[in-house]
Design a protein around this ligand. Structure first.
Ligand code: HEM
Length: 411
């Protein structure tokens, strides 16, 4: 980063580099210095202020990228199966289509339904910890991201949807390849790999759907299949595939990154690790602060489908907005000493880590439950856990977290 205050262009150029992405927070402050809503060229706004981001997420005149928006921005997108699948899902729909698609799956993620999953999540976490113990028994470091943090969310969402456990490693790899499609058109080779992975996943989903037709089970896959079969207008085949894909992919890297950062902070500050082991209320507050301080999703976007305004700034139809959620979570006007990690901070507003408004994360209760169970159990199981090497951050901006974190189990 330059010593003098960088321009917006310089700050964004730095976010495009590996070094900038390793620690983007100073760059967010450089962007914030240009205003809560900064103009980044004609028709483009960058939003870093908490209030402005929260308003933008709730303003129904501001839409998520849907098929119409893709048509205008990337005319070739329809030739990519990964993008076709994403755009058939709730995450890339607006208005009544969005309400319809979201309501079909929402019943499975309500707080009471999710609370009922606690025992399942605990059992899965314990099995993964047993496996970690075996892997580290000879004293070799174990990568907690590969062996625990990324496995638990796939196992959990697999159970909710009704996917066979033995296929979960394959899912993880396939879903990782597809996730790059959400980063847009920046890497054509990666987008082609995403398409191939999506085609394989679509064949796999289609076979499972067929199985549920013959043998219904009490899972979300059975419910969605029955909705589609009962009335394809309510849920088309493409929408069924798109939603299965988003439900599978939206939660696994994000939750893995939440657990990874939660662990990294605890191991860097032993009193936190100590309290996490046996104070459930502290675990809840701790997870909330990890979400604020190191949100897995740093940025999202909207475009103005109609004229609107945000806190007095006119936002004409067609404007594209970049909403930096991670910057909003450190807005000094809303969070005292925002760069300090403080699980005891009271009275602060709800961080925007799960978004807000109509697209508020459907899996938020599930992600919280997983992290609240995973962190204490991991620290109790291996009381002498210690970093065996420096953790490595994924070199991506939008969804940010640890790729590897080798640990000595000290067992
Ligand atoms: C710590 C973990 C997670 C984080 C940080 C996270 C973050 C987010 C954010 C920021 C959004 C809103 C995007 C926007 O408005 O543009 C979102 C939407 C969504 N998330 Fe999550 N998520 C997490 C875990 C999960 C899990 C476990 C699931 C599993 C079901 C999930 C499913 C979804 C879905 C389906 C949407 C789209 C909702 C809609 O469009 O109505 N997420 N998530």
């Amino acid at each position: 980063m330059a010593e003098s205050a960088p321009s917006l262009t310089e700050a964004f150029a730095a976010l495009g580099t590996r070094r900038g992405r390793q620690d983007p927070y100073p760059l967010y402050e450089a962007i914030r210095a240009h205003g809560d809503l900064a103009r980044r060229g004609p028709g483009r706004l960058v939003v870093t202020g908490y209030d402005a981001c929260a308003r933008a997420l709730r303003d129904t005149r501001l839409h998520v990228q849907d098929r119409t928006a893709y048509d205008a921005a990337h005319p070739a997108w329809r030739s990519h199966s990964s993008l076709r699948a994403f755009t058939s899902s709730m995450l890339y729909s607006n208005g009544p289509d969005h309400t319809r698609l979201r309501s079909l799956a929402a019943f499975a993620f309500t707080p009471p339904r999710v609370r009922d999953l606690a025992a399942v999540v605990e059992g899965m976490a314990d099995r993964l910890l047993d496996r970690m113990a075996r892997l580290g028994a000879g004293g070799d470091p174990v990568d907690v991201i590969a062996e625990f943090a990324s496995r638990l969310p796939v196992a959990v969402i697999g159970a909710v949807l009704g996917f066979p456990e033995e296929d979960q490693v394959w899912f993880r790899e396939t879903a990782s390849a597809i996730a790059v499609a959400t980063d847009g058109f920046s890497d054509p080779a990666a987008l082609h790999r995403a398409d191939a992975a999506m085609d394989a996943l679509a064949r796999y989903f289609a076979a499972l759907v067929e199985q549920r037709r013959r043998r219904p089970a009490g899972d979300l896959l059975t419910t969605l299949t029955a909705v589609h079969d009962g009335d394809p207008e309510r849920l088309s085949h493409e929408e069924l595939m798109g939603n299965l894909m988003v439900l599978l992919t939206a939660g696994f890297e994000t939750t893995s990154f939440l657990i990874g950062h939660g662990l990294m902070i605890a191991l860097g500050h032993p009193p936190y690790a100590h309290r996490l082991r046996d104070d459930a209320d502290f675990a809840d507050a701790y997870v909330e602060e990890v979400l604020r301080y190191e949100p897995p999703v740093h940025v999202t976007s909207r475009f103005a489908a109609h004229d609107t305004d945000l806190l007095g700034t006119a936002v004409p139809r067609g404007t594209r907005l970049t909403l930096i959620l991670a910057a909003a979570n450190r807005d000094p006007r809303r969070f005292t000493a925002p760069d300090r990690f403080d699980p005891a901070r009271g009275g602060a507003p709800q961080p925007l880590s799960f978004g807000a408004g109509p697209h508020y994360c459907l899996g938020a209760p599930l992600a919280r439950l997983e992290a609240r169970i995973a962190l204490p159990r991991l620290l109790r199981r291996f009381p002498r856990l210690a970093a065996a090497a420096t953790p490595v951050h994924r070199d991506r901006w939008v969804v940010r977290g640890l790729d590897t974190y080798p640990l000595a189990l000290g067992a």
